[in-house]
Design a protein around this ligand. Structure first.
Ligand SMILES: NC(=O)c1ccc[n+]([C@@H]2O[C@H](COP(=O)([O-])OP(=O)(O)OC[C@H]3O[C@@H](n4cnc5c(N)ncnc54)[C@H](OP(=O)(O)O)[C@@H]3O)[C@@H](O)[C@H]2O)c1
Length: 299
């Protein structure tokens, strides 16, 4: 039996479905049994647990052949690093108490760095703490920048007629569709082709800049002149807060953007067949961005 945390989220949902499709037994974790119902209809066992609670996380992990571990976001948290540390502590206790032997984590490029990468510092800490568990085989999947992050541009295009963000326009980023991360994680869980403590980067189909992102979106939505503008932190911060982020989370995201812009946070592996994943940004725009932009799918 596999345990999948964040099973209602971008990556966990794909992991759970891929394992179910292979006929595997899957226990799916989220905070609400109601939200897990769709997966239950596909054969999953639901388990409502908050990942800040070591006792319920332990119960959730007992009996697992392997666990998919994802650090949940908490955009309203007044101190997100403290929240991340609570989750890490609970997960470490739960894995030890449950005697789990195999874990695949969702980490990020930049998780090699102990500081100045915003929320990714919490993923660095998660990696480090899991690496201290003897007898645990753990694979940290260090994913690139999510293509889904660019969905935030929908409202900006509607409101301002352009795309805007804190990243340098020319910065080539390894952008990845979360579905590709889910597939890669499911394959690692099925094959258990890792041992001891390992990291593996997932870099998407190719590196792509925000200038190219704007061009690809522009041609898909019939606005071929759509441009990208880099905005200063003073302008981005209030916009992030208006989206529901605490000032702390907004500042961490700006720190991460600065780390990407400076190259402090970057992929370490040369691109290869193993760390390249299939979904292009063009495909993501057609299948993920456009339906939302055209209002055909719930945001
Ligand atoms: N954005 C990027 O570019 C990027 C790049 C690399 C790595 N990452 C990392 O990716 C992770 C997010 O992964 P994702 O996109 O797959 O997740 P997601 O779509 O944001 O979903 C979060 C999941 O966590 C669950 N959840 C939230 N709070 C919880 C809690 N307290 N206890 C238990 N479950 C909880 C949610 O389920 P319910 O709401 O149903 O409880 C949901 O299933 C983050 O750690 C982020 O740092 C992001």
């Amino acid at each position: 039996m596999y345990v999948v945390t964040g099973a209602t989220g971008h990556t966990g949902n794909v992991v759970a479905k891929a394992l179910l499709t292979k006929g595997e037994q899957v226990r799916v974790i989220g905070r609400s049994a109601e939200r897990l119902k769709t997966l239950v209809a596909q054969g999953a066992e639901p388990f409502a647990a908050d990942l800040t609670d070591a006792t319920s996380a332990t119960k959730a992990f007992v009996g697992a052949k392997a666990v998919y571990v994802m650090m949940p976001p908490n955009i309203a948290s007044p101190d997100f690093r403290v929240f991340q540390n609570h989750v890490t502590d609970a997960i470490v206790s739960a894995l030890q108490n449950a005697g789990t032997t195999h874990v695949v984590t969702l980490s990020s490029i930049g998780a090699d760095k102990p500081e100045k990468t915003g929320p990714v510092v919490g993923l660095h800490h998660l990696e480090q703490q899991l690496n201290k568990i003897s007898n645990l085989n753990v694979l940290h999947l260090r994913a690139g920048y999510f293509m889904e992050n660019t969905l935030a541009q929908i409202g900006i295009i509607r409101g301002a007629g352009m795309t805007v963000g804190p990243l340098r326009p020319d910065l080539k980023l390894p952008m990845i569709a979360t579905a590709d991360i889910g597939e890669a994680a499911a394959n690692a869980l099925l094959n258990l082709d890792f041992g001891q403590k390992q990291t593996r980067e997932l870099l998407g189909q190719r590196d792509i800049s925000m200038t190219e992102v704007a061009q690809i979106i522009g041609s898909a939505i019939g606005k071929p002149d759509l441009r990208y503008t880099q905005a200063p932190d003073e302008q981005v911060r209030p916009a992030l807060i208006q989206l529901g982020m605490s000032a702390n989370v907004a500042n961490l995201l700006l720190e991460m953007s600065a780390a990407l812009n400076s190259g402090h946070m970057r992929a370490l592996e040369p691109r290869s067949a193993q760390n390249t994943t299939p979904t292009s940004y063009e495909t993501f725009v057609r299948e993920g961005f456009l339906p939302l932009y055209e209002g055909k799918s719930a945001a």
